[in-house]
Design a protein around this ligand. Structure first.
Ligand SMILES: [Zn+2]
Length: 75
């Protein structure tokens, strides 16, 4: 009946919880020429949604990727 403490589920990671700030980005990709544009995520963005017009050829881009990366501290 005894369960070792290490075998119990740990609800939180042991370190860095809440310390790393994430920036969320949206990648808009042009289906015509492949131009990819990275910009800050905006509320309402989702994958396959139409993005802005391509800066190269003027086609409407599609959002193909939304991801977060750790905010880099710049000195
Ligand atoms: Zn294009």
């Amino acid at each position: 009946m005894s369960v070792p403490p290490a075998a119990q589920a740990q609800p939180q990671p042991p370190q860095q919880a809440g310390k790393v700030k994430l920036s969320v980005y949206t990648i808009e990709e042009c289906p015509a020429c492949g131009q990819k544009t990275k910009r800050a995520f905006q509320a309402g963005d989702y994958i396959t949604k139409d993005g802005a017009k391509c800066s190269k050829c003027g086609n409407v881009t599609k959002m193909t990727l939304i991801y977060a990366e750790p905010m880099v501290k710049s000195k």
